[in-house]
Each structure stands twice: as structure tokens, then as C-alpha cells.
Design a protein around this ligand. Structure first.
Ligand code: PMT
Length: 226
């Protein structure tokens, strides 16, 4: 049995994938199931943390003892993250967030027009939640962790992303149509802003989650819980 090394800490975890609506029927989405984020929430609760889980469209049972806040879009997730992060010791962004959303929302179902080409879908940029949380640090000593879902040049892209987002730790995992999304297992390299690299071998998503919390607890160890 693990020590409750996160007792007295409040941690915020995002999980799942945002959905950006086009009309009342359709959305732009991604393949995240929420399993990695839920594993992070469960393991943090087992280590004694108070956990707020911001769940974007995940069809998974609520983990016991965890405060679950359902969200839909990236804009909703941003509001929920900023609210929960105000008194958080750590924020872990495992959700797959859409970088863009449709520029307009059609109040009624978009119809096919006979003999007409389909209209292009104009997109606008979504806020970068991880970069904002990393830049603002609602609380001193707050540890911010991001994930990087990459399909190629995985580590090189991860290193660039770590600098761009400004987080303390970045969990770099490879994804594909049938890789990592929805799977029970994952493997990753966790990059630290201090130059550290922690490889995590292929195994259950809980095992990767435990290593993330080990690194977070190590960094929090330098501050007292309040
Ligand atoms: O849910 P599962 O099926 O278990 O799959 C797990 C997972 C593959 C979704 C997960 O392990 C993962 O990699 N999550 C991050 C997915 C993602 O959005 O990666 P990204 O490289 O596009 O984004 C980098 C980081 O910035 C992420 O922490 C993301 O939450 C954050 N971000 C991205 C865009 C944006 N507008 N705002 C953000 O905060």
C-alpha cells in the first residue's frame, strides 16, 4: 500500500475530449475516451488528494471520492479549469482539447442543398488552456502537467511543446487511430522543464498515472500543504 503522499493537496485533472458543435446534431471531436485522465484521478484519490476531475464527454463511471465536473467544449473546459485551479496544488491536463472550433454555430441542422457544393467549415482558434494555466500559476508552487499526443517525431515535438506551453512536466505519448486512444495501456516519456526525462514502459494507464504523481509529489514536497 502506498503512502498517502498527496494528503492535504488539491489536484485538478482534465480528461476526455472536447466537442466543438457545428449545429444541434454535429460536432468536431477526437478519439479520447478519458481513460488516462480517469486513471490519474483514481490514483491521486488513492494517494490522499482531494481531486477535481473535469470530464469532457467521457462515458466512464465517476471514480469514488472524486468531484466530477462534466464539460463539453474547450471554452467550457477553460472556465472549469481556471475556477478549479484557483486553490489547486497541481493541475494535470490529460484531456484532448480541440485547437480550433467552428467559427459559427447553426441554430438548426445544416441541410444539404440540391446541386450545390458543400460549404467549407470556417474555424477559429480555441484558447490554449495549458499555456494560460502555466503562465498564470494561481497559487505559488503550483505544479502544472501537460500531455503531448504525437503521431510522428514524438520526442522532438514533445520537447518543443514543453517550451511553448511553459508547464513543469509534459507526458509525451504516441497516438494513432488505434494507438493509446481508448486503450487500457500506454507508454510515455515524461519531460521535465528542469531537463529530466523519465521513460515509462508499456503498461496499464494507472502505472503511468502513478509515475506522474511521483514526479508531482517530489516537486510539491518542497512546499507545505495548507
Ligand atoms: O483518453 P484516452 O483514450 O485514455 O487517451 C489518452 C490521451 C491520448 C488523450 C492522453 O494520453 C493525451 O495525450 N492527452 C492530451 C491530448 C492533447 O490534446 O494533446 P496535444 O498535444 O494536442 O495538447 C498538448 C497539451 O495542451 C495537452 O495537455 C492539452 O490538454 C493541452 N491543450 C491543448 C490545446 C488547447 N487548446 N488547450 C490545451 O490546454
Amino acid at each position: 500500500v502506498r503512502e498517502p503522499d498527496l494528503a492535504g493537496r488539491h489536484v485538478v485533472v482534465s480528461a476526455g475530449g472536447t466537442r466543438e458543435p457545428l449545429d444541434p446534431v454535429r460536432f468536431l471531436g477526437n478519439r479520447s475516451s478519458g481513460k488516462q485522465g480517469y486513471a490519474l484521478a483514481r490514483t491521486a484519490a488513492a494517494r490522499g488528494a482531494r481531486v477535481t476531475l473535469l470530464a469532457a464527454n467521457a462515458a466512464l463511471p465517476d471514480p469514488a471520492g472524486v468531484d466530477v465536473v462534466p464539460v463539453g467544449t474547450a471554452v467550457e473546459l477553460r472556465e472549469a479549469v481556471l475556477r478549479a485551479a484557483a486553490d489547486a496544488d497541481a493541475v494535470v491536463m490529460a484531456a484532448a482539447v480541440a485547437d480550433f472550433r467552428p467559427a459559427t454555430y447553426a441554430g438548426g441542422k445544416i441541410k444539404k442543398q440540391d446541386g450545390q457544393e458543400p460549404a467549407p467549415i470556417a474555424l477559429v482558434r480555441n484558447p490554449d488552456i495549458l499555456a494560460e494555466v502555466s503562465g498564470s500559476r494561481a497559487r505559488s508552487g503550483q505544479v502544472v502537467v501537460g500531455f503531448a499526443a504525437e503521431t510522428d517525431d514524438v520526442l522532438a515535438n514533445g520537447r518543443t511543446k514543453l517550451k511553448r506551453k511553459g508547464c513543469d512536466l509534459l507526458v509525451v505519448n504516441e497516438v494513432g487511430e488505434r494507438k493509446t486512444f481508448g486503450a487500457e495501456e500506454n507508454e510515455a516519456v515524461i519531460l521535465g522543464a528542469d531537463g529530466s526525462e523519465t521513460p515509462v514502459a508499456h503498461g496499464p494507464k494507472e502505472a503511468l498515472a502513478e509515475t506522474v504523481w511521483d514526479l508531482v509529489a517530489e516537486r510539491l514536497g518542497r512546499t507545505d500543504p495548507s
